[in-house]
Design a protein around this ligand. Structure first.
Ligand SMILES: Nc1nc2c(c(=O)[nH]1)N[C@@H](CN(C=O)c1ccc(C(=O)N[C@@H](CCC(=O)O)C(=O)O)cc1)CN2
Ligand code: MG
Length: 301
């Protein structure tokens, strides 16, 4: 029997457009009041088709907000030394306020070495160990874009989150751990679940807020969700869809959407949920980085 969607669908596409509008206003103000045009450099190594799409969108949206965009394409045979040399060149370039190296990188390159070579104040992905450390200790970190996008959607949906029970399913350095930290900073009581969690269904069933970031299609079942909970689905998984014709595929999240939407108070769809917010938050972080580098209070823009 088909289930009825009762949850509010959190529209990441519309919300990200609002965030980008705010960024464009701040960029215009940085130009007018301070004579500064923020610059974002995006580096892609190799020809992974999904990465190419994401980078194209980043470059396009950077330009649309009035920022300078610098786009570097390097072949998939690039050595670690060559990539580090590019990062160093961008670290030294005063026209570049933000640097992003698209992940994943080809196997001959150590991702951590490259990320940690980016000047922390230009690390608009927020992946540098200095930024992870600042986030963990309450400092002025650059916050990773995907968790920041999730937080903005949660704040917009729920307002004050103090005292709410939150579960983050997944413990990656770029989503799960920083997400848990942001929820803790918002005064939630936070559980981090992972592949060794004993009774995931029981843990999820207690949560007012569920953030799923495991990268496994529909792993979080709809009937685990507490009535009225807010569900943020970070997963973007392409699966076979023979019902759409031979060789066809479709995108699904880490949460079983239809059954979850029948129980949740609010839920993000896939596609059109967290994904578009990731790029909007990258642009927002570039403005934040530019302000910090120039001792400008962003609230005065
Ligand atoms: N250096 C980085 N590398 C990667 C990051 C990152 O934040 N920094 N995140 C991902 C990829 N990513 C951005 O880079 C990204 C992924 C997905 C989307 C998105 O909007 N997805 C759409 C669906 C797209 C589709 O049809 O396939 C959606 O969810 O609606 C935006 C950005 C890994 N690498
Ligand atoms: Mg403002």
């Amino acid at each position: 029997m088909p289930t009825e969607t009762t949850a509010k669908i959190i529209d990441g596409k519309a919300f990200s457009a609002k965030v980008r509008e705010g960024v464009a206003k701040d960029v215009a103000s940085l130009k007018e009041k301070h004579g500064i045009t923020p610059g974002l450099a995006v580096v892609i190594v190799g020809e992974d088709p999904a990465s190419q799409v994401y980078v194209r969108n980043k470059v396009k949206q950077t330009g649309e907000t009035g920022m300078n965009s610098f786009h570097f394409e390097m072949p998939d045979t690039t050595s670690q030394e060559e990539l580090l040399a590019k990062v160093n060149e961008l670290n030294e370039d005063p026209a570049v306020n933000g640097i992003l190296v698209q992940l994943p990188l080809p196997k001959q390159i150590d991702e951590a070495s490259v990320i940690n070579a980016i000047a922390p104040e230009k690390d608009v992905d927020g992946f540098h160990v200095i930024n992870s450390g600042l986030l963990a200790t309450g400092g002025d970190a650059m916050v990773p874009c995907t968790p920041l996008g999730c937080l903005l959607m949660l704040q917009d949906t729920l307002g004050d989150m103090s005292g709410k029970k939150a579960i983050v399913v997944g413990r990656s350095n770029i989503v799960g751990k920083p997400m848990a930290q942001l929820l803790l900073d918002a005064n939630c009581t936070v559980t981090i679940a992972h592949s060794r969690t004993k009774d995931l269904a029981a843990e999820v069933a207690q949560a007012d807020i569920v953030v799923a970031a495991v990268g496994r299609p529909e792993m979080v079942k709809g009937d685990w969700i507490k009535e009225g909970a807010t569900v943020i689905d970070v997963g973007i998984n392409r699966i076979d869809a023979p019902e759409r014709g031979e060789g066809k595929t479709r995108l699904v999240g880490d949460v079983e959407f239809e059954t979850a939407a029948a129980r949740a108070g609010a839920i993000t769809p896939v596609p059109g949920g967290v994904g578009p917010m990731t790029i909007a938050c990258l642009l927002k972080n570039t403005v934040t980085a530019t302000c910090r580098q120039n001792n400008i209070d962003p609230d005065t823009l």
